[in-house]
Write a protein that binds this ligand. Structure first.
Ligand code: GLU
Length: 481
């Protein structure tokens, strides 16, 4: 069953109005999963708000009823929760605010900045073609016509009367960007069915939510120009715009699924930590000198619009792993133990009892340094919690010839008698055993490793012995002797 998401169904927004501080928003359309680009946009907006002690809000742009789904809303909310990007207040549903959008459209009509347009789709198309040949965008003849000339009961749209002045947008990332007036058509604000269009809804919502900064992908740059015209027509203050270049694939081409344009849950499944992904996404388009690694307090203290770059950032999985490894090493041992056992929940070749959890927890300080993702950590803890008898295959099995088994038998007797079971005494015992047997350490270490780990990756043997404890070590040895 889908968990019900809670979107505010109110069309008035009171909780964020009338404050002077920074208010940002993340405004996804719920038509798919939360992808990596969206996650980065959310992060930048969350950090900007945090840096200034402001508010980070969430607005679900669910106006397109055909393409918006509850599952997608849920995926976005879940993705943000997992990434640790908590928004202030209730998430706002754009669809629920349609009455308010229509109210502002009426204001524009009253100001003479918008008008009823009775063009049929066919008329629109031929006028658009003609305008295109003239090198300009469509202007509806109804902008100057008296509505009394309208055909009776014909359906109409509400269009914005595109101004004759050029548009200059001051963008915190792109600098000043100019568009000629003739590039903009008389934009539809309200469709014939009364549904507000995207640019209209966004302006009203950003204004009503008190948004001070809009940070989003540069695919919205032209929209910002259009929105800027609507702000001007309404006499409303504009937010500061910052349009960031989209993320590219490792080959510099536009990001596609093949590249990793995946839902955020796919990165979770690959074993990235939320803090690792936050750090990686931060550096994907934002920089602070050549500093790569940031903990959360550094991110919140240093993030600013100045650090946003103009060149598209490339996805780089090696770097992602490197950044994540740093966060793995810093992560809390108990937390990592919980996370790794969650990942192991469906495996039947491992122990998941309390003893196994204690081993993993004790070994974590060493194992976490050897893994750059939780998936790698899963491999690292495997030797500890393998179910007995441990299957020994391939090259590892070769270390267990008869003489080696006999030697392990002699080692077993010594280990059984060790009074102080710790890494140092065990290391010393292994060393003196090798000397007594007059063999190199490898002749002891390899068969011992085979018996205790079955060949799975594992740290130093004395560490392995110390963590597993005498009973488990002797049992594993007995299985092979
Ligand atoms: N809903 C738009 C999108 O998902 C974003 C709108 C905005 O940030 O202004 O692309």
């Amino acid at each position: 069953m889908l968990r019900r998401h809670s979107l505010s169904q109110r069309n008035t927004i009171s909780h964020v109005q009338n404050t002077q501080s920074v208010i940002t928003r993340f405004a996804p359309s719920p038509t798919g999963f939360l992808h990596i680009g969206g996650a980065r946009t959310a992060l930048f907006n969350a950090l900007l708000a945090k840096r200034h002690g402001g508010k980070f809000t969430l607005r679900i742009e669910d106006t397109d009823r055909k393409r918006s789904t509850d599952e997608a809303v849920q995926a976005i909310l879940d993705g943000l929760h997992w990434l640790g990007l908590e928004w202030d207040g209730e998430a706002v549903s754009q669809f629920a605010r349609a009455d308010r959008h229509r109210e502002v459209v009426d204001q524009l009509i009253a100001k003479g900045a918008a008008f009823r347009c009775y063009l049929t789709p066919e008329e629109t198309e031929s006028l658009r073609d003609a305008a295109f040949k003239d090198g300009r965008a469509l202007r509806s003849p109804w902008r100057d016509r008296d509505p009394s000339e309208a055909p009776a009961s014909a359906s109409f749209t509400i269009r914005f009367k595109a101004p004759d002045t050029d548009v200059v947008l001051h963008d915190a990332v792109q600098g000043d960007v100019t568009w000629a007036a003739k590039e903009f058509d008389d934009l539809i604000l309200l469709r014939a069915d009364g549904v507000p269009t995207y640019n209209m809804a966004v302006v009203v919502d950003d204004h009503d939510m008190g948004i001070t900064h809009v940070v989003r992908g540069d695919d919205h740059l032209v929209n910002a120009a259009r929105q800027s015209q609507i702000y001007d027509a309404l006499g409303w203050d504009k937010p500061i715009f910052a349009h960031i270049p989209l993320i590219h694939g490792p080959d510099g081409k536009k990001l596609s699924k093949r590249h990793g344009a995946l839902g955020i849950e796919a990165y979770r499944a690959m074993g990235y930590l939320p803090e690792g992904l936050r750090n990686y996404l931060l550096r994907l388009g934002w920089s602070h000198g050549d500093k790569e690694l940031f903990d959360d307090s550094e991110m919140a203290a240093l993030f600013d619009l100045k650090g946003l770059g103009k060149a598209p950032a490339r996805l780089d999985f090696d770097k992602m792993a490197h950044v994540n490894a740093w966060h793995m090493a810093k992560a809390d041992d108990t937390e990592l133990t919980t996370l790794v056992f969650q990942r192991l929940a469906d495996r039947d070749d491992v122990r998941r009892d309390d003893t196994a959890k204690v081993w993993v927890h004790e070994a974590m300080r060493v194992l976490k340094e050897r893994a750059s993702t939780l998936a790698e950590l899963e491999d690292q803890v495997y030797f500890l919690i393998r179910s007995r008898p441990i299957e020994i295959t391939g090259k590892t099995a070769k270390a267990l010839k008869d003489d080696a088994r006999a030697r392990l038998g002699r080692l077993r007797a010594i280990l059984a008698d060790i009074s102080d079971w710790n890494e140092a005494t065990l290391g010393a015992a292994l060393q003196s055993f090798a000397e007594a047997e007059e063999v190199g350490f490898g002749k002891i270490g390899q068969p011992l490793r085979a018996a205790l780990t079955g060949g799975a990756p594992a740290p130093d043997m004395s560490f392995v012995l110390a963590i597993l404890g005498r009973d488990e070590v002797l049992s594993r040895l007995d299985d092979v002797i």
